[in-house]
Ligand binder design. Sequence first.
Ligand SMILES: CC[C@H](C(=O)O)C(=O)SCCNC(=O)CCNC(=O)[C@H](O)C(C)(C)COP(=O)(O)OP(=O)(O)OC[C@H]1O[C@@H](n2cnc3c(N)ncnc32)[C@H](O)[C@@H]1OP(=O)(O)O
Length: 298
Amino acid sequence: MALSSAGRHILRTTRLQCRNTAVYSGVHGFNDEEIKGKLLAFPGGSIDLVKQDSGIAVMTVNNPARMNAFSGTMMLELEERVAQLEGWSEGKGLIVQGAAETFCSGSDLNAVRAISNPQDGMKMCMFMQNTLTRLLRLPLISVALVEGKALGGGAELTTSCDFRLMAPGSVIQFVHKYMGLVPGWGGAARLVRIVGSQNALQLLAGAKKVDPDYGTQIGLASGVINPSSGTSALEETEQWLAQYTKGPAAVIRAAKKVVVSGRELPLEDALRTEKDVFGTVWGGPANLAALASKSKHK
Ligand SMILES: CC[C@H](C(=O)O)C(=O)SCCNC(=O)CCNC(=O)[C@H](O)C(C)(C)COP(=O)(O)OP(=O)(O)OC[C@H]1O[C@@H](n2cnc3c(N)ncnc32)[C@H](O)[C@@H]1OP(=O)(O)O
């Protein structure tokens, strides 16, 4: 049956919106209000977000007294910040960093101890998987700036960015094995896609420390930053990211969307999504300006 133009539009919009949906909902017996209530009981720290005119936002995991461990309220704030970024139509890029020159030491162990029963653990796991999946699917090119340590859930957080840049002396370590665990925030599924199953197995079963050299070798790190006297690690990361975010927001966001669908969807669905996204830029202002300028790509 042929679809009307309105029907095609609804289908296209639905397919594009699907990419923003969370993994777990009521269909899976997941009620996020329940776990939100429990997480509220573990306050401390904050997740700070600054949206810059350049189209690059900086999100900071801020709990330096606990090496930026995630308190319950920080998990809630992370979801709020991701929702804000989902609604930021001018955005092109995102840097995720930790305060005070260290990335994040995972869950706050005080909260973990208090909700160590299986039911709460599952709910926290689903809540964080939802949030980090939405973070990875944002139509923004994202990079984790890893200074100091990214441990446990902190290592998982780095995998919900498109890229990771490591500072000298920094370490990413999936310490879950030492906690009698495996990742639960989606970090294992994402890690396999980033470094392949053999490297992922070594990092998880061996709890191997990943320094900048090793990270670059296995493709976990996209680069090593080298802050000089005049430039901070954040400024360097902004400069690195600018090579991908330079240009109109519509085009940069479209590039991220087709990569997300190519990575996540079966081929035919990914091709259809690509067509839909292509339709949003074809004949658009950037496309028409480029055609009018008869530009050469030497
Ligand atoms: C495993 C998965 C799970 C999940 O997915 O949810 C997790 O993420 S569980 C958490 C995994 N992370 C850890 O086990 C890290 C434990 N901490 C450390 O190994 C060290 O503290 C380290 C290496 C981060 C820093 O060591 P350093 O000697 O430089 O400093 P301190 O140990 O003195 O730490 C300073 C201060 O921070 C507190 N801290 C650090 N990490 C956490 C944390 N994850 N939760 C709560 N608090 C944390 C530490 O206790 C110190 O506080 P103080 O009051 O001075 O004792």
